[in-house]
Each structure stands twice: as C-alpha cells, then as structure tokens.
Ligand binder design. Structure first.
Ligand code: N01
Length: 512
C-alpha cells in the first residue's frame, strides 16, 4: 500500500506511532471529519509494543475483551489473555478496516519536532532529513519502547548471543543451549517457562523477586464465541464485567494495608507452585504487593521445579567471554544471555533521541528537568498544539490502558474541534493549571502502595511517581469528558504576532 496522505501540504494533525494510541487517534479523527493527518511510524509495520515484543510466551496481562477498542469489539478472541500474535492481528485488522495505511508514512523515525510560533505549526523531521509540518502534533509513542540494557562489566566481551526481550533473536535457537536470563519482570516471567522447556540449562538471575498471581488460562468455547458474535449486548456486558473486576483491584493499590492482605493469596500461589521451601523463600518478595506491577502466570513458579532451571539471587559481578560471575565468585558458563531488563520508561531518557522544542525555543527536556509533567497527562504548557497519549501520570497498575487512551483521544478531538470553532491556530494549557493539577496528582499518590518503599520503573530517581494515574480510570474519564476552556489559552496567529516580538523562524519545508 502506498502512502497517499503526502501531497506536500501542512497537515492539520501529525500523529507519531502506530500502536493502539496512534491508531485510536487516527480512527477518531476520521470519525470527527478530520482527514488532513499523517501518522509517522519508525518501522515498516504497525503495532507498536505488539510488533516489537515477539518473545516466546509474550501475551497481554489484561483480558483481551477489555484490551481492545470499545468501538471495535472482537468476538473471536481465542482465550481470556491473548498472545502477541492475536493482538497484532487485531491491530492490523483495525488498520485495514479504517484504511489507515493510506495515512501512514512508514520508516519515518522522528528525530525532532519544533514549534514554529509565527506559523502556529510543528515542523517534524526524521533522521534522513525528511520533514512534515502539522498544526497539531500527537505523541502516541508509548512509554515502554526503548529497551533498557544493563551496564554490566564485561557484557560487551561476551562471545555468545545477547539480546533484549523486546529484540528477540528468533534466528538463534535456544534448544539444548545453556541460557542466562537477567530480570524477573513482566516480560521475563512470560518467556522463562518457555525457554525452560527447550534449553539444556536455564539460569534465572533475580535482583528483586516479583509478586506473581495466578492467570485465568481459559480458552473461549465455540458456543461462547458464537454468542459474542451474534448477541453483542452479551459481549458488551462481559467487557464491562471485566472492566469493573479490574477496577476493583485499585483498592489495594490505594491502600497498602489492603495490599498486605492480597499478598497472602500470592504467597499461597507460591506455596502451591514451588516444591522446595528454600526456593519458595527466595521467590517471595520483601515489598508490599502492587508496589511494582503485579504479574500473572501459572507457569512461572512451576518452571523452578525443573531440574534444568536454577534461580540465582546473588548479584551479577561481571560477564566474561562465555560466562557470568556473581558476587559470591560463582562462574556459570552460558551460550546466550537474555536481557529481560525492561525499558527506559522515563521520557527524559528516551527523549534524548527525539528533540522537542516548544515556544521560545524551550526544549521539553529542560522543561521537564524536575520530572515529566503534563495537564491531564495530555497537554504541556509552553508546547502549544502538542498532545500526548499515555503521557505523564496516565499509566495504570490495575486496568486496561486502552480505556485511558480512549479518554485522552476523546479529549484531544474536543480540543481540535474547539480550535476550529473559535477559528484559532493555537491552544496551550496555562502553566498555573498544569502546576495545580500535578500538585493534586502527587498529593493523591503519596499514600498509595507505589510509594511504599520499593524501587520501580514508575518512579524517577528522586522517588517522584511520574507514570501512574493516582485513582480510578472512570475518574479520569470524567475529567477528560469536557475541556475546562479557561484552563487553556486559545490564540489566533494575529494574537500571537501582537503579543510577541517577531523572530525569524526557519523556513517550513514539507517533503513527500
Ligand atoms: O521490565 P521490568 P519488563 N541487573 O522493568 C531487572 C509491561 N509488560 O520488560 O526489579 C539485574 O518490569 C529488574 O530488577 P529490579 C508491564 O507494564 C506488559 O519485564 O529493578 N537485574 C526487573 O526484574 C511491565 O511492567 C506485558 O530489581 C536487572 C527486570 O529486570 C513492563 O512492560 C507483558 C537489571 C525488569 O523488569 C516492563 O516489563 C510484559 C540489572 N542491571 C511487559 N536491570 C503485558 O502483558 C533491570 N533488572 C501487557
């Protein structure tokens, strides 16, 4: 399919990314009658997380009937928690249904985005010098897309294969090999049981134990699928039951005392799954459940009962040409090392490769020196017409992120429509509203389980939680239903030229 939305013009909207966020934005723009938009995608296929994470066992830990667009129900999900292939097929199905490939510019890896104040436009460039201009700019890049690789002495000298879970090397068979896996987060607990089945020996290097709860592995029967297909109110009711069930999981997150009760259930899961008491002890976390993301798996703990799987809890000291040495001096020879070490979740680390310049030449990284902040996780003062999906403090530990994305997209479309209605070229949140909102967010986060003392990717180095929404998802939906018009500055180009000195702006270019 060729890119058609490329006729050398400035678009109304440029969207970055073709994951759930970017695609949702595109579909809702079309629904609102806005078809002057382009979607910029760094790779040659859509899917975001679900294109990248193809490791064995990769699956979503939110139920598929809920982890899908509310307006694009899929009666055909094979099981409660689907694997990456099925989710990616669903995403591609949505792209085909809404003819979104016509709007996507593939292989366009955004390197910079600059707000040209005099024009009220964003100038977006990729590494090859290709450029696009758009009045509004929506970031659908997702917070977990730049792999974090550990800085272990000697890792570069390892002569075997090393790869990150999100960059799985399918060309290298782990069958019959001695494999080391570093990390025990959401990704590792999914691939460890799969690798254990084929590797000769698997060493799992655990720095911090993870709380893992049982997963409902059920497949849907053909009768259930028939009902979902033919009686859509039943499917919708089921979706809403899943939503409210997940929403109830917020309670322990907001109250560490309740969380402590939930940890008894998790301990029971460990007891039932792992035979060796010493091993159980090592696998039992020493922090309040929920402080790091609660993981779900029926296969992770039992994998440690296998004779070819070893849990290593001593810290890694160094890596040699064919081995890993731990601080107790133990050397283990391996053929491959899998880095299940997570992602650079703090936008300040991944935005180093993607420069965003707002009003008065201010770099977003400088604006965010003390930590990423946005108004409703969506708009940032000083960065007019810029919108973020799953921006600061809109992440979740208990429910489907797609619910949040749909709330944000609804809000952004409202902003764009309001700009048109007022015939203005820029919209910018007022700094005092952004500051007050973030004070409220931080105040609401301070007694939650996420602040109960563990180290997690939700927190920046000074302990500030920059990633999670501090309350219910329906509360967020209520806040994003309507725009508080007086929280924003709505300006036409003539207002801007009267209020600021004329500065020579770079010539706008728009290259196909
Ligand atoms: O990454 P993580 P992930 N030496 O950051 C360890 C989502 N997700 O890719 O806890 C040794 O959770 C680190 O140890 P510690 C989900 O939101 C969703 O697994 O920091 N170890 C930890 O154990 C999830 O939260 C699905 O002490 C090192 C691990 O590596 C997020 O993605 C599926 C280390 C990293 O865990 C990220 O998950 C999978 C070092 N130098 C993932 N550095 C769904 O189903 C790090 N670690 C939707």
């Amino acid at each position: 399919m060729t890119f058609k939305s490329s006729d050398n013009k400035a678009y109304d909207v440029a969207i970055i990314g073709t994951g759930f966020s970017g695609l949702c934005m595109a579909i809702k723009l079309l629904e609102a009658g806005i078809d002057s938009f382009v979607i910029l995608e760094k790779k040659d296929e859509v899917g975001g997380t679900w294109r990248e994470n193809t490791y064995p066992g990769a699956a979503c830990d939110v139920q598929s009937h809920l982890y899908s667009f509310s307006f694009e129900g899929n009666p055909e999900w094979s099981k409660v928690f689907s694997g990456w292939k099925e989710i990616q097929a669903y995403i591609i199905g949505c792209v085909e249904k809404y003819n979104l490939r016509d709007y996507i510019k593939f292989n366009f890896e955004v390197q910079s985005s600059e707000f040209i104040e005099r024009e009220g436009q964003w100038l977006i460039s990729d590494s090859s010098g290709d450029q696009v201009t758009a009045q509004s700019f929506v970031m659908g890049t997702g917070p977990l897309h730049v792999p974090a690789k550990p800085n272990i002495p000697g890792l570069a000298s390892f002569k075997g294969r090393v790869f990150h879970s999100a960059e799985w090397d399918h060309s290298f068979s782990l069958s019959g090999k001695r494999v080391a896996s570093i990390g025990t987060g959401g990704s590792a607990i999914q691939y460890v049981p799969e690798v254990a089945k084929i590797a000769d020996q698997l060493f799992v290097y655990q720095r911090t134990a993870a709380w893992v709860m049982p997963r409902n592995e059920r497949s849907y029967s053909s009768i259930e699928k028939w009902v979902f297909r033919n009686v859509s109110p039943v499917r919708k009711l089921y979706r809403s039951m899943l939503y409210w069930f997940n929403e109830s999981r917020l309670l322990p997150m907001l109250n560490p005392k309740i969380a402590a009760g939930v940890s008894k259930l998790a301990k029971l899961h460990i007891k039932k799954s792992v035979k060796d008491p010493a091993l159980r002890k090592k696998l039992t976390p020493n922090y309040t459940i929920g402080c790091k993301r609660i993981l779900i798996s029926n296969q992770y703990y039992p994998a440690f009962n296998r004779s070819n799987v070893d849990l290593i809890t001593e810290g890694i000291q160094s890596v040699g040409e064919n081995h890993i040495t731990t601080i107790d001096g133990q050397k283990r020879e391996v053929d491959a090392i899998i880095l299940g070490t997570g992602f650079h979740a703090d936008p300040r680390s991944y935005l180093k490769y993607f420069k965003i310049t707002g009003k008065d030449g201010v770099n977003l990284l400088d604006h965010w020196k003390a930590g990423p902040e946005a108004y409703l996780g969506t708009t940032v003062s000083g960065f007019p017409n810029m919108f973020q999906l799953v921006g600061p403090n809109t992440g979740l530990g208990h429910n489907s992120i797609i619910f949040m994305i749909e709330s944000q997209v609804h809000y952004i479309v409202k902003c764009l429509k309001e700009m048109k209605r007022r015939n203005v070229q820029t919209v910018e949140v007022k700094q005092e509203k952004q500051t007050a909102f973030n004070a409220w967010v931080q105040d609401n986060l301070k007694d939650t389980v996420w602040a109960s003392g563990c180290a997690s990717w939700y927190l920046q180095s000074d302990g500030k939680n920059f990633s999670l929404w501090p309350g219910s998802t329906w509360g967020y939906r209520l806040k994003t239903r309507n725009i508080k018009l007086d929280h924003y500055r709505w300006q036409s180009l003539s207002d801007i030229s009267q209020s600021s000195p004329v500065v020579e702006s770079p010539k706008l270019a728009c290259v196909d």
